[in-house]
Design a protein around this ligand. Structure first.
Ligand code: SF4
Length: 934
């Protein structure tokens, strides 16, 4: 056995353990195979492996996965017969396993509870390898080229785990000594068994000789997407007249730089439009159909304009995904192409990506957390992951960390620069400041709508100054502006604020201990003690009052359930009612208590002011400042919701995750004036673009919604030939989506379509509830049809990105998706040949924002609801044909498309193609016929 504090691991025996089971629940499922592989750092040391008899039949999916059938277990021993052999195999060894808690729970249920050191390779891989898409054993085997032998069998998984452990240990050995020392300290503060490994690595003789970095691709961060120099003197080597026909033409530089590049007339047209808007200081709106290549069509003119005129262009996207696609693919491609064209200054072009504060690590907060004497095990895992990253990152950007655990995203919020204030950190050490400075020196800043709107709200505090703006995914701008200008008062936010005030490591506790050591004057010490002793009961009382308030809100929701959809209640004339008085009374108490707390914080600030030259005092002063801002804002929001509503806003209560608490919400009814006054009219040129901006062939709806007045507009159709590649099918005999029989018949139709297309299907739903209902039914129907098509569902079968990847890689599957999948998917070729829209994507009529906005129209349904739904419908359609060689079928399972007066507007919004109405029982034949045509 090894000594975690001093011994090298050389003489230690490890035991990799793995079980195969009938399911995931140790209380009712059974072990069907057990294996233990003993080893040292230098050699294997014997193994034990056996099948185990099971009282319950092996589920088909387990047999499919492991290859073990009930027949194989007929002559296998019972677990009790082999229990002593398993115990002996584990005896005296350090246990190693992948997600080992799962195996330990099953073993413990059968009376084996190892007590020694236990190492989980999943944790180890999670902190060491930031680039792995996930941390399943199978993924890591592929990544590190570990031959797993027979997949999903206990002994081969033990051997994989052993190899993975040795590989990761070798990698850890390469870590610098100071980092290992900090890891060791962290492990000790959290009671983490990995302390032994860190001690070993510190003492390892091979420390400086092994270079595993060559074997494992660890993410060392790009300097930037392009060189970030300090120069703002751009060379004027570009002729004022640029030939976009040449740049995007078949003989142009993009052909050499992008494999499979196809010339598209529409792309040239868009680039010329964007260039004109930038040169002439005009506002432009341009819809570019799927496949136009719009990113390059705005990036290239934006870069040229910036280099020619020594000016900055800001590009905003809705999602960080698109931001990263521009950063990693489109910007480097654009710059390479400009360099090939002979634009020398493109070589020194500076492109910066700027995200919201919450994306950047705050070093001060990180060090503060690391300095704690007691650290939670889960927190320690994230802190260790950051420790192994912080010396390699130039950006401090969360996206590099690959945080796959929910709890870590919550802790990250406490480590990020969001609300972190300011400290005297040496130049170049603060990631946020670095990112902002880089943006300040750049030709192009790529940001997202959220930060763009935060910049508008803070009068330019979030972005460097700019006059030229291009907004991609502009169809999301209204929603994002609504979110940015609105607010929520909910329990997690309130708890976070008051946790920062009292409790371990809170502002109060830290200031008290710091100032007690700093203040020398007896009077000041008395004042300090008096502030601290009043704060605690006031905070406790305000917490209780908030709990009562959230409880009353939930009660309100419950009482209004007959007239409202479950979970939401718009606040209209309630404020005058008697029952509202109890909320008013509580909120008044809260208001007074928060004012008292703010006074106490002010007194604390005054006491610390003479000692701001001490770094720790300065740091705590920052925390006090940010808390004060949050408390003032909380108070203002509360008064607004409960007693003093703004007539241009809408307010509602919605159900919290725990149904006993309600959440108060506010949103502006309209955002057009705010956008017009504070953004569009402030810039020389604004371009709005997206694949879906028109409804009924015009921009009228989006222009009204956003308050945008363009000088020019263009609608560029998709270059794809939908007439010969795409068929739209409308099963006209399905019940109306509001009919009780609809979901059952829909499930049958979807299963039919998926079988006819051999999978390769994406079905888009408008609610998670409908997916949950349809998922089991479709699985049954497909199994009944004796098909091996896999059914995957968003929110049921795992992480969304992984599901999309499964669809991309295993075409024999059907994916049921909602919300983000209507526009978040780009699956090309044969992997996706059928897209199904289950019902027309109208907004929920009881949604308070929808209601309030509808009231602004005389014919709200036709002028507001239908155009909104058409934009979303077109996004769904856009998932199908992603390249000129794609072929597919678009099925709309909502017969309102042919029965209602507005249905034709949806069909007319699609490109020209064959549209066929059919009976449900004709779906299979129509699909097979179309897909088999060449
Ligand atoms: S300047 Fe702000 S974000 Fe940067 S390290 Fe200091 S407190 Fe954190």
């Amino acid at each position: 056995m090894f000594d975690p504090h001093s011994d090298l691991l050389t003489n230690t025996v490890f035991a990799a353990v793995d079980l195969e089971t009938t399911g995931l629940d140790p209380s009712c499922d059974q072990i069907i195979e057990v294996a233990v592989q003993r080893f040292t750092l230098n050699a294997e040391a014997g193994h034990f492996s056996t099948l185990v008899n099971s009282d319950i039949p092996i589920p088909p999916e387990v047999s499919k996965l492991t290859g073990i059938t009930s027949k194989d277990l007929v002559n296998a021993p019972d677990f009790n017969e082999i229990k002593s052999q398993v115990s002996a195999a584990l005896q005296g060894a350090v246990l190693v396993g992948h997600n080992i808690n799962f195996d330990l729970k099953f073993l413990s249920k059968r009376g084996i509870s190892p007590t020694g050191i236990i190492i989980d390779t999943l944790d180890l891989a999670y902190i060491i390898d930031r680039d792995s898409p996930d941390y399943r054993l199978q993924t890591l085997n592929e990544r590190y080229q570990i031959d797993p032998g027979t997949k999903h069998r206990a002994l081969s998984d033990c051997i994989s785990t052993m190899n993975l452990f040795l590989l990761l240990l070798g990698k850890l050995t390469e870590t610098s000594e100071p980092t290992l020392q900090r890891l060791q300290k962290l492990a000790s503060a959290s009671g983490w068994p990995l302390e032994s490994l860190f001690t070993h690595c510190l003492k390892s003789p091979s420390k400086s000789t092994v270079n595993l970095r060559n074997e494992i691709p660890i993410n060392t961060i790009d300097e930037t997407i392009t060189s970030i120099s300090n120069s703002s003197k751009y060379q004027r080597d570009i002729e004022p007249i640029i030939d976009y026909g040449l740049i995007f033409g078949p003989d142009g530089p993009l052909t050499n730089n992008l494999g499979g590049y196809e010339f598209r007339e529409e792309q040239v047209q868009m680039a010329e439009d964007v260039a004109r808007a930038l040169n002439e200081s005009e506002n432009l709106i341009v819809e570019a159909g799927t496949g136009t290549g719009k990113s390059l069509a705005y990036l290239i003119p934006a870069l040229i304009h910036s280099l020619q005129n020594e000016t900055r262009v800001v590009i905003s996207t809705n999602t960080i995904n698109l931001q990263e696609q521009l950063q990693n693919d489109d910007v480097p491609l654009s710059l390479r192409s400009l360099i090939d064209l002979g634009v020398e200054s493109a070589d020194s072009a500076i492109v910066a990506v700027l995200k919201g504060r919450s994306n950047y690590l705050c070093r001060r907060r990180f060090e503060q957390h690391l300095g704690r004497t007691v650290i939670d095990r889960e927190d320690a895992l994230l802190l260790a992951k950051i420790l192994l990253w912080i010396d390699h990152t130039n950006t401090g950007d969360k996206s590099e960390l690959n945080l796959t655990r929910k709890a870590h995203n919550i802790l990250w919020n406490k480590l990020s620069a969001e609300g972190a204030g300011y400290c005297e950190i040496p130049t170049g050490r603060c990631f946020l400041r670095n990112a902002r400075e880089a943006a300040g020196n750049s030709n192009l800043v790529i940001t997202n709508h959220s930060l763009l709107l935060a910049d508008v709200a803070t009068a330019g505090a979030a972005l460097p100054t700019y006059e030229l703006l291009i907004i991609d995914e502009a169809h999301h701008l209204e929603d994002q502006a609504t979110r940015s200008l609105g607010f929520e008062i909910n329990q997690p936010v309130v708890t976070d604020i008051f946790d920062r005030l009292t409790g371990q490591d809170s502002v109060t506790a830290t200031s008290a201990s710091l100032l007690r050591n700093t203040l020398s004057n007896e009077n000041q010490l008395t004042r300090l003690n008096s502030i601290i002793s009043t704060l605690s009961p006031t905070v406790n009382s305000v917490r209780t009052n908030f709990n009562t308030l959230f409880g009353l809100a939930a009660q309100y929701l419950e009482n209004s359930r007959t007239s409202n959809v479950r979970g939401t209640m718009r606040i209209t004339d309630h404020r005058g009612s008697r029952s509202w008085n109890s909320l008013t009374d509580i909120s008044e108490n809260i208001r007074l208590e928060i004012s008292d707390i703010i006074n106490s914080l002010n007194l604390l600030s005054t006491l610390s002011e003479p000692h701001l030259n001490i770094n720790a005092v300065q740091s705590i002063q920052n925390d006090i400042g940010s808390l004060r801002t949050d408390l003032i804002e909380l108070n203002e929001h509360l008064i607004e919701v409960i007693t003093e509503p703004n007539p241009t806003a809408v307010y509602w209560i919605r159900e919290g995750a725990r149904q006993t608490y309600g959440i108060f919400c506010m949103a502006p009814v309209e955002v057009d004036e705010a956008l017009k006054q504070n953004m569009f009219s402030q810039k020389d040129s604004v371009t709005l673009t997206s694949a879906t901006l028109t409804t009924n062939g015009t921009f009228e709806h989006i222009l009204r919604r956003l308050g945008f007045n363009p000088d020019a507009s263009n609608t560029l159709p998709s270059p794809f030939d939908y007439r010969s590649t795409t068929l739209t099918l409308i099963p006209k005999d399905l019940p109306d989506p509001r009919d009780d029989r609809y979901l059952e018949e829909l499930s049958v139709a979807i299963a039919d379509a998926a079988v006819a297309a051999s999978g390769k299907t994406l079905a888009l739903f408008t609610s998670h509830a409908a997916i949950r209902h349809a998922y089991n039914r479709i699985r049954n129907l497909i199994e009944h049809a004796d098909s091996d098509i896999e059914v995957l569902a968003q929110g049921i079968s795992g992480d969304t990105q992984r599901l999309i990847e499964r669809l991309r890689q295993n075409s024999r599957c059907i994916l049921l998706g909602t919300a983000s999948m209507w526009e978040g998917i780009d699956v090309r070729g044969e992997a996706l040949q059928v897209v199904i829209i289950t019902r027309l994507p109208f907004d929920v009529p009881t949604d308070p924002i929808y209601q309030a906005r509808s009231e602004q129209y005389s014919n709200a349904f036709m002028d507001y609801a239908v155009p909104n739904a058409i934009m979303k419908f077109r996004q769904g359609f856009g998932r199908l044909i992603r390249s000129s060689s794609d072929r597919g079928i678009f099925i709309v399972m909502d017969n309102r498309l042919v029965r209602s007066r507005y249905g034709s507007k949806f069909i007319e919004s699609l490109p020209s193609m064959t549209v066929k109405q059919c009976r449900r029982d004709e779906l299979r034949e129509s699909i097979e016929l179309w897909l088999n045509q060449t």
